[in-house]
Design a protein around this ligand. Structure first.
Ligand code: GLC
Length: 513
């Protein structure tokens, strides 16, 4: 970690002390919303806090039983929220009497279950956040502990042993009627369509451990030797010595939310942003232990570090780029730049402060300027644009599920609403999130909470979309609760740490060109 220029943390330095003051203060309850002035502009502040200055009793509250907000402020809970809570609770999975996660989907309209009857690590994140925001932390704690146990189990695919730190993509609870016992069966990617281990699972696990700790103030979980070891195993997988000369993570296609071949092999922004966020979260929780031009540029000062040629920029980029606004491209590697815009990577870049405040603003500006393309009728496009024709054939391998503007290939995923909303709140632009929430509220419930939508505008329920997809439901709840009480953002956001930002110098060869 030191080689990356990260600080070591003293054992006395707890999670709440380590993080930015703003977010720490935001989690102190009761408190006035006005304290968050650094992260919200004044207009949105007054909109957000109308009549709801103090957080009276956050624990154990649910929209179903105690709709605290409706009685005395402008946040009328939408009727969809009660239904969403019911559906979320129906998806809960129990292991020996304890809740340990939520199923990916509870779709009774089809017999074709595929692997949606499992608890996916990445899918559980919005469920966990919803439960934490509602003061229900037990399920999150049990989930963290169970997945940690699975990490510790021996992972073999044929005769090949997977790295010790790998976290499962998903798990299932099986009941053995003979022994009257439940046991867990994990999938480390070997049964997924891409047969690739999920790189994102470990990062989400660390991010969730921090969210749990921030939300509950319970340091005892993250400080257990088991959790400390789990974090270190994940990090040592990713910070291991290798052949890379950049502190980024080389990934196989299909190793994250996009778990089929979609041309994201290399250094996808989704993984790099999650990696950065997980590193920063781990830093706050780990205790110390004893142990452009035609010219090609070489050397440390090169500006065009990957030797990407201007001719490789696709035409659509010129139309897509507004005068104001920007985004992190999908992938970068030797002579390769994937110019596609990916929602998750850009949102997590904002949340982790991988993006500077200016870059974060540019990402939000782009969203506003390219609303039709990126949001359309249903938030939010997973990536833009889609791959078509020849490109679809060679890049996806003619994937029948990833046809143009469908599923991972430019489809619209309601789950991404929570990340969009969190990014909006962090950048002080909640009005963008509200617009997106309005779109969701006009359809999602009526369409039975689909997994994804198809079409250039996201108008049609996805061809093979599951109904009652849990993360579509939980994502909506998280977005609503974030808008209602923006101080929740502290669970899933990190403020900029200026000490960590490297000074970027221009190439010495540049002026000579
Ligand atoms: C699909 C998605 C993946 C998700 C899983 C369960 O495979 O691509 O991201 O985790 O379904 O919902």
């Amino acid at each position: 970690m030191e080689s990356l220029g990260l600080r070591t943390v003293g054992s006395h330095c707890s999670l709440s002390e380590m993080d930015d003051l703003d977010l720490t203060r935001a989690l102190d309850k009761p408190r006035l919303k006005i304290e968050r002035k650094r992260s919200f502009d004044e207009r949105s502040m007054s909109e957000l806090s109308t009549g709801y200055g103090m957080h009276d009793s956050p624990r154990g509250r649910s929209v179903l039983d105690t709709p605290l907000s409706c009685a005395r402020n402008s946040f009328e809970p939408h009727p969809m929220m009660a239904e969403a809570w019911e559906a979320l609770r129906r998806s809960m999975v129990f292991f020996r009497g304890h809740p340990v996660g939520t199923l990916a989907a509870v779709d009774n309209t089809t017999d074709e279950v595929l692997n949606y009857d499992q608890v996916f690590v990445r899918d559980f994140v919005p469920s966990a956040l919803a439960f934490l925001m509602n003061g229900e932390s037990d399920i999150v704690k049990h989930f963290l502990l169970k997945t940690l146990q699975l990490q510790g189990s021996e992972k073999r695919v044929d005769r090949f042993k997977l790295g010790e730190g790998v976290m499962p993509a998903s798990f299932k609870v099986r009941h053995d009627p003979n022994r009257g016992m439940d046991h867990l069966v994990a999938d480390f990617g070997e049964t997924a369509i891409g047969r690739v281990a999920p790189v994102d699972s470990g990062f989400w696990w660390i991010i969730l451990l921090r969210a749990y700790t921030k939300s509950t103030g319970d340091l005892t979980l993250s400080e257990t030797p088991e959790c400390q070891k789990g974090m270190k195993l994940i990090l040592s997988l990713c910070l291991a010595e290798g052949f890379d000369t950049f502190p980024t993570l080389l990934c196989a296609d299909g190793c994250s939310m996009i778990d089929r071949r979609m041309g994201v092999y290399g250094y996808p922004i989704e993984i790099q942003a999650l990696f950065y966020m997980a590193l920063r979260c781990a830093l706050s929780m780990l205790k110390p232990d004893g142990d452009g031009r035609e010219t090609e540029e070489y050397s440390h000062t090169a500006v065009n570090k990957f030797n990407v040629m201007p001719d490789s920029i696709p035409d659509w980029v010129f139309d897509f780029m507004p005068l104001r606004g920007g985004y992190f491209v999908g992938n970068v590697g030797p002579a390769h730049m994937d110019f596609r815009w990916f929602a998750l990577g850009n949102c997590v870049s904002i949340l982790s402060s991988l993006a500077t405040p200016d870059q974060s603003m540019a990402i939000m500006d782009l969203l506003e300027h390219r609303w039709d393309e990126l949001v359309g009728e249903m938030p939010l496009k997973i990536c833009y644009p889609c791959l078509e024709g020849h490109e679809w054939r060679i890049v996806t391998g003619c994937d029948p599920k990833n046809t143009r503007w469908s599923y991972h290939n430019g489809g619209s995923w309601p789950v991404l609403l929570w990340q969009l909303t969190a990014a909006c709140i962090k950048t002080g632009r909640p009005q963008i999130a509200r617009r997106a929430v309005d779109l969701i509220e006009s359809r999602l419930h009526r369409d039975c909470w689909p997994e994804y939508y198809d079409g250039k505008l996201g108008r049609y329920v996805g061809k093979q979309a599951r109904k009652y997809q849990t993360w579509s439901i939980a994502g909506y709840l998280v977005a609503k609760m974030l808008l209602e009480d923006p101080s929740h953002i502290g669970m899933i956001s990190l403020e900029e740490d200026k000490l960590m930002k490297p000074v970027i110098k221009r190439s010495a060869s540049w002026p000579q060109l």
